[in-house]
Design a protein around this ligand. Structure first.
Ligand code: ZN
Length: 412
């Protein structure tokens, strides 16, 4: 049987019927519904010439041995957020399954390189606030001590919840053994944003995941009476912050995919009869290029000092959180574009704002690329999350072509 993209879509509907209610998908990791989804998936493996097991972090591995031990890994995640959609994560797993089935049949069970499918454990971090659980254990970037004490809203500890699912928190680092012979990693995912729909394109090659710089910025002026203080004598902390809030549009605007957001502004004393003496703000800056990110950070900082001086104020910065950009593999990005062009005619390249398991795999040094398919209205993590079925089928077909090209690349 040739590749059957409709079978992948039919499986997604089967999974939805099994694990969604009126509010959406309920496959939250380390819950009974998630285990039900994983048992359902295991049932699909029975007729394939594959070995399968869970690793020490609860990631599901399915292996089709090839002539070479070098492995092409295809993966994504079956877990969802509460009240989630029918595509986030599980599209990538069901597409990987269909491609694996197709390759097993094409090569009569013995492809030139080993093909592995992975269903990562707890990508979303919805219950314990710890995203990319399984893939970070695989990559060796996990942090057991920081995660051990996490609890869900009922006070159940992460350590105990994962043990219920057969995972010993102290042993999850053993998942790194699965990196042996890994030659490339491919992941299909919905875009979760509005860009492809606006462009009228079904598919895109993903350049990597954006880095983030997140800071608290506080402007200090002088509280003073709103009636008795002439305009020229004011030290208005809000005026300095307001200038920066507008300036970040210019700062981001110099770079094609950069974004800057001032998401919070608090004024003190915050009353109608006082000039603002202190203004606390936050700034979130993102880009795929580490140099761009560093330049935007430096420019915002310099501008904040300029505006503080203009308003006879001072300013202090403190970092809340940051993560470096994770660029994907240049040659695999090219192969992904080729596969898209051959399947859908026109391709597009774009960075990912959200993080994905693929970022952890890339950080482990394994050549990685992702393929995005259009999301209707750019919405995900919600029951209305959707993609045209015709686009889902194109995505599975393009993913299959990408897998073939990557097999040839690994062989060479
Ligand atoms: Zn996802």
């Amino acid at each position: 049987m040739p590749l059957d993209p409709k079978a992948a879509v039919a499986s997604l509907k089967e999974l939805r019927a099994l694990t969604a209610d009126a509010n959406g998908a309920q496959r939250v990791a380390w819950t009974d519904t998630w285990l039900k989804a994983r048992a359902w998936f295991e049932g699909k493996l029975k007729d394939l010439p594959v070995e399968y097991h869970y690793d020490a972090a609860g990631n599901r591995w399915v292996t089709l041995p090839g002539a070479s031990e070098k492995a092409l890994i295809l993966g994504s995640h079956l877990d969802s957020v509460p009240n989630g959609g029918w595509l986030d994560g599980c599209l990538g797993v069901m597409a990987a399954f269909e491609v694996l089935r197709h390759i097993a049949e094409d090569y009569r069970g013995k492809p030139p390189v080993t093909i592995r499918l992975v269903d990562w454990a707890d990508e979303e971090g919805a219950r314990f606030g710890r995203s990319l659980f399984g893939s970070s254990a695989f990559a060796g970037t996990h942090s057991i001590e920081a995660d051990r004490g996490r609890t869900d809203r009922d006070g159940i500890r992460l350590e105990d919840a994962v043990r219920q699912c057969g995972v010993d928190i102290d042993a999850i680092g053993d998942a790194q053994q699965e990196r042996k012979n890994a030659a490339a990693y491919l992941e299909l995912h919905i875009e979760q944003g509005p860009v492809l729909e606006r462009l009228g394109l079904p598919l895109a090659a993903v350049l990597g995941t954006k880095g983030v710089e997140r800071h608290a910025i506080t402007f200090f002026g002088q509280e003073a009476h709103s009636g008795s203080t002439p305009m020229m004598d004011r030290h208005d902390a809000l005026a300095a912050a307001a200038k920066l809030a507008l300036e970040i549009r210019n700062i981001a605007g110099k770079h094609p995919d950069a974004v800057c957001t001032m998401g919070s502004v608090k004024t003190f004393p915050g009353i109608v009869t006082a000039v603002v003496g202190r203004c606390e703000t936050t700034l979130d800056q993102r880009d795929l290029d580490a140099d761009v990110l560093a330049a935007m950070f430096a420019e915002a900082r310099a501008k904040s000092e300029q505006f503080a001086a203009e308003e006879k104020c001072t300013v202090e910065w403190s970092r809340i959180w940051n993560i470096e950009p994770v660029p994907f593999h240049p040659h695999l990005i090219d192969l992904c574009e080729e596969a898209i062009r051959e399947t859908a005619g026109k391709s597009h390249r774009m960075p990912s704002g959200p993080l994905h398991d693929a970022a952890e795999v890339a950080r482990a040094g394994i050549p990685t690329v992702m393929l995005f398919v259009q999301s209707l209205k750019g919405i995900s993590h919600n029951k209305i999350e959707d993609t045209q079925e015709e686009h889902l089928e194109l995505a599975v077909a393009a993913f299959d072509r990408l897998a073939s090209k990557t097999i040839a690349w690994i062989q060479a």
